[in-house]
Design a protein around this ligand. Structure first.
Ligand SMILES: Cc1cc2nc3c(=O)[nH]c(=O)nc-3n(C[C@H](O)[C@H](O)[C@H](O)COP(=O)(O)OP(=O)(O)OC[C@H]3O[C@@H](n4cnc5c(N)ncnc54)[C@H](O)[C@@H]3O)c2cc1C
Length: 470
């Protein structure tokens, strides 16, 4: 029976294992599936910290239904009854600009009456259908794309905070094609964003799908009754003995046509060989482990940078806040020069994030804008977040609970040229049949993307591992 080893039990590694079990059993194939996780607990970025009745997300707070993959996984696992749909308040998002929180306009009508952009900025956006087309043969940055189609002000006040909210990155360095392939393709297919959205709207009407055109993210934000950790726990439980937490894979080499892994558990070194290997770790860990196998592959992987993000979770007595927290939260454009990137009003969005009568806010700090702030010691970070919430929202109350969660290499940055990096990686991988890379470092950082890429990886393994001339 062949052995398939997966390294890393974040959503990507756990999902790869889940789909492997599924596709192999439906094909009547057998394999031994082993999953190694360096930390003592699975989940990677996806964890829920439970304390004093608060459920605080360590990283992601949910997934959108604009793509079907996570929802399909939830149905397959039979845990739909544990899903939590975000409250309607989640659609109410704010941007901080010139000392005020402005509601992010959701509809074209709301956009034209909003004061977030100046009149000339709004008129420039109105000219979008007449903007020049994309430059040929160029991997355009998000910043250049936004300036070309929507104007500088829309870049600074709309796109920059959105890129911060998703990647904690710099729109002038990030690739439109790699970060937002759907928008890239929409422009090319329909000749512009408004034209594309109208065409899609018509298509939806034709197929009977009900969805309004909106400037916010499409779909509904979903999580679980007591946090995203539910999904991790259910998948980890299903693997039971196959999952080995507290085991780090340090090096990968070849021995007699198989991959040989050097592993470390509680300071003890060991070895294990495997027929197929999936590295579901961040790219920098894969680079280190693969260095003995292929220097060029390792170098290409090291070329994917990460932005640091720290999360400050603050629990309050609701009555002391002086703010209804009636929305999803807010993001801050770079030009405002504030010390946090934004804050999410988690207890307004999902149930059970705070006990009755209490509220939970999570502030994000750092990103490529402020790596030195993300690295502050816990106490200073909490002080900084409180001071910023005082200045922006007028919150002066002392929190009942304050915690800081650190992601020093938090979110991979798909910079201009990311597509070429992936081509180089794929070219090197073709020399090592049975070796797969699958994590958020490559083809999408949203949970939906991780789930889809995991399914595709499992399907490839099921097809390739049993080919006689591998
Ligand atoms: C603050 C924050 C907020 C986010 N919010 C959202 C959101 O709301 N919605 C959304 O869709 N996405 C969000 N994301 C993105 C999303 O969380 C990630 O893209 C996703 O969780 C990544 O999963 P992964 O399994 O690919 O990687 P990871 O979660 O990084 O998992 C990799 C795993 O590999 C393990 N590992 C590393 N090295 C080794 C080794 N040598 N041996 C064994 N194991 C190893 C790690 O310990 C880890 O468990 C957010 C990310 C962050 C940081």
């Amino acid at each position: 029976m062949p052995r398939i080893t997966i390294v890393g039990a974040g959503i990507s590694g756990l999902c790869t294992a889940h789909y492997l079990v599924k596709v192999l059993s439906s094909a009547g194939r057998e394999a031994e599936i082993i999953l190694f996780e360096a930390e003592k607990v699975p989940g990677g970025k996806m964890r829920t910290i439970r304390e004093d009745g608060f459920n605080m997300e360590w990283g992601p707070n949910g997934f959108l239904t604009n793509k079907p993959h996570s929802l399909e996984l939830v149905k397959e696992l039979g845990i739909e009854d544990r899903l939590a749909r975000s409250s309607d308040l989640a659609r109410k998002r704010f941007i901080y600009s010139s000392g005020k929180l402005h509601r992010l306009p959701e509809t074209p009508q709301a956009f034209f009456t909003s004061r977030l952009l100046s009149l000339s900025g709004r008129l420039r956006v109105l000219g979008e259908p007449f903007a020049p087309g994309p430059p040929a043969g160029v991997d355009e940055s998000l910043g250049d794309f936004a300036k070309r189609r929507l104007g500088r002000e829309a870049l600074e006040k709309l796109l920059d905070p959105m890129v911060t909210g998703i990647f904690a990155g710099d729109p002038d360095r990030m690739s439109l094609r790699s970060c937002f392939p759907m928008i890239h393709d929409l422009e090319r297919k329909y000749g512009g964003l408004v034209k594309g959205m109208i065409a899609l709207q018509k298509e939806r009407r034709r197929t009977g799908e009900k969805r309004e055109m909106s400037a916010g993210p499409g779909g509904v934000l979903m999580s679980f009754d007591f946090g995203v950790q539910t999904l991790i726990d259910v998948m980890a439980d299903r693997l039971s003995e196959g999952l080995h937490a507290g085991v780090a894979v340090r090096k990968v080499s070849r021995r007699e046509g198989r991959f040989l892994l050097s592993i470390e558990e509680n300071g003890q070194r060991g070895e294990i060989d495997t027929d197929a290997l999936v590295l579901a770790t961040p790219a920098y860990t894969a680079a280190e482990a693969l260095a003995p196998l292929d220097t060029a592959l390792s170098e290409a992987l090291s070329g994917i940078p990460y932005s640091p993000v720290s999360v400050v979770a603050l629990g309050y007595e609701k009555a002391t806040l002086g703010s209804p927290l009636d929305g999803f939260g807010f993001l801050i454009p770079r030009g405002e020069r504030r010390k946090i990137l934004g804050a999410l009003w988690d207890s307004s969005v999902f149930p059970n994030r705070a006990p009755e009568g209490k509220a939970l806010i999570r502030a994000m700090v750092g990103g490529v804008r402020g790596p030195e702030l993300a690295a502050l010691p816990s106490g200073e970070l909490i002080g900084l977040a409180r001071e910023e919430l005082r200045a922006i929202m007028g919150i002066t109350a002392a929190p009942l609970l304050a915690r800081a969660f650190f992601h020093d290499k938090g979110i991979p940055q798909y910079l201009v040229g990311h597509g070429k990096v992936l081509e180089r990686i794929d070219a090197r991988l073709s020399a090592f049949p049975g070796l797969y890379l699958n994590s958020n470092a490559y083809r999408g950082i949203a949970l939906n993307d991780c789930v889809l890429q995991s399914r595709l990886t499992a399907e490839r393994i099921a097809k390739e591992l049993y080919e006689p001339n591998r």
